[in-house]
Design a binder for this molecule. Structure first.
Ligand code: GDP
Length: 197
């Protein structure tokens, strides 16, 4: 898929206010600082489409972008930010689960994980929750430029083994780097393929 147009549409604090549209929607989510904004900018070839945040966890909004006038890319807030209260975490969790449960246009989620780290409980639990709620997802490894190819392979194998502890089959997996523009074609072609089904 070639990117012809990418436009910011709207930010919302409530899922009910999200665009009333029939277009298919793909949501990007992951821990704060995982590289989500950078990935969205890399995928859409816009340096500043998503705000690369200086303050992790501050943007608690559902952001809709219209891509090629054909589908919505949704930037969801990063989770797992340590410096928030328990109550805040609960409200936030509700906000995210509301989106996934209510948003009928959602086709698939992309769960971003930093390729340098071992599988984190919070990500695995989130994927588990998506599975229990029958929400399709892919795993997107970010920041692949930070590791040597053999370490990337080793980390991915370890991640897969971890997923296979609870899953019967593996989700689609993508390896990306926003700074080296790795994985753009793979992710966009996957979205195209799913849109064409
Ligand atoms: P977000 O909080 O998940 O939206 O993450 P950001 O996109 O704001 O990125 C967090 C930090 O990671 C920033 O300092 C980015 O420059 C850095 N970063 C993001 N993607 C990459 C990447 O592909 N490679 C490298 N080396 N750094 C990255």
């Amino acid at each position: 898929m070639k990117i012809k147009t990418a436009e910011f549409i709207i930010s919302n604090a409530k899922v009910d206010k999200c665009p009333d549209s029939k277009l298919p929607e793909y949501a990007f989510i992951g821990r704060s600082n995982v590289g989500k904004s950078s990935l969205i900018n890399m995928l859409t070839e816009h340096k500043k489409l998503a705000m690369v945040s200086g303050k992790p966890g501050k943007t608690r909004l559902i952001n809709h972008f219209l891509i090629n006038k054909e589908w919505h890319l949704v930037d969801l807030p990063g989770y797992g930010y340590a410096r928030v209260s328990k109550k805040e975490k609960k409200v936030f969790q509700q906000f995210i689960t509301d989106y996934f449960k209510k948003r009928k246009q959602l086709v698939s989620a992309f769960v971003l994980v930093d390729i340098r780290h071992e599988a984190q409980k919070i990500d695995l639990e989130f994927m588990q929750w998506l599975g229990e709620n029958a929400i399709p997802f892919s795993v997107v490894f970010t920041k692949a430029d930070k590791l040597k190819p053999n370490v990337i392979d080793k980390n991915i194998e370890a991640y897969k083994a971890n997923l296979l502890n609870t899953w019967e089959s593996l989700p689609p997996i993508f390896v990306t780097s926003s700074s080296k523009k790795i994985g753009q074609e793979e992710v966009l072609n996957y979205i195209q393929e799913v849109n064409n089904q």
